[in-house]
Design a binder for this molecule. Structure first.
Ligand SMILES: C[S@@+](CC[C@H](N)C(=O)[O-])C[C@H]1O[C@@H](n2cnc3c(N)ncnc32)[C@H](O)[C@@H]1O
Length: 245
């Protein structure tokens, strides 16, 4: 029996790969990990398109109860865990893979697009990104994201900020809040930033402006991320960013 770890891509039910869909069709139990990112579609649309029932899996189920539920079931059944974006675009799923390997469960991984590479749409070179940095909701006394950013920036690297989400309560940190956080923590308000929302959709939003101007920009499209480009850009990167000013 097999545990399928299947990336769903970035936007909706149609972003799944043919291999991913075939694996779902072969699965007896299908979980959707719904706490590390957000699709722009409903559970009903996914179920209709895949022709299967889906069980929502929260952090507790995937990270704490994996042994007694998902891995246990995968010993006797085909089990699919659907992950928005790519399977390994969030840090948590390698742990499940390691535990499955320890239990001698067969695992098949089916990749898909991730926000980590899809930000290439901005024109910024993927190879020139430094460490990705998460900004949490409760960030009043949190300084490490700003400190890590300064390290990337000093090394002339682009920075991708991944913003906290709470899909259960329909709450998403916005790039405006991220800009406000960075300025509050000593980042120069006049540096250029790139706000992105719903990358992978038909109408993604990409906005290039001074960091300070993001503070008042309210965009009602989720998920969102913020990028701060490196100090020095290649002229092609400059040209691409100008498309979004
Ligand atoms: C843990 S990360 C990404 C996980 C996912 N497995 C992947 O590979 O894309 C989730 C964060 O990435 C950003 N993100 C994900 N999808 C996005 C999208 N389509 N557009 C803009 N930002 C996105 C948001 O900041 C979101 O909170």
């Amino acid at each position: 029996m097999t545990l399928y770890l299947i990336g769903l891509g970035l936007n909706d039910h149609k972003d799944i790969t043919v291999k991913g869909l075939e694996a779902i069709k072969k699965s007896d139990i299908i979980y959707l990990e719904n706490y590390t990112s957000k699709l722009n579609t409903t559970q009903e649309n996914l179920e209709r398109f895949y022709g299967k029932k889906i069980i929502l899996a929260d952090r507790n189920l995937v990270e704490k109860k994996a042994e007694s539920v998902i891995l246990d079931e995968a010993k006797t059944k085909n089990v699919a865990l659907l992950i928005i974006g790519d399977v390994f675009g969030a840090t948590t799923h390698i742990d499940l893979l390691l535990r499955a390997k320890k239990d001698k469960i067969t695992v098949e991984i089916i990749h898909n697009a991730s926000i980590i590479s899809a930000v290439g749409i901005t024109g910024l070179e993927i190879y020139k990104f430094g460490r990705s940095i998460s900004i949490p909701f409760n960030n009043i006394n949190v300084t490490s994201p700003a400190d890590r950013f300064k390290n990337n920036y000093e090394n002339n690297l682009h920075t991708l900020f991944l913003l906290d989400i709470d899909p259960e309560n329909d709450k998403y940190l916005t790039f405006s809040e991220a800009a406000e956080y960075l300025i509050r923590n000593g980042v120069d308000k006049n540096i250029t930033a790139v706000g992105c929302a719903q990358i992978g959709s038909r109408n993604p939003l990409i906005n290039v402006d001074d960091l300070k101007n993001f503070k008042s920009l309210k965009i009602d499209k989720f998920p969102q991320c913020l990028i701060v480009p490196a100090k020095k850009l290649h002229f092609i990167e400059e040209e691409a960013l100008n498309l979004y000013r």
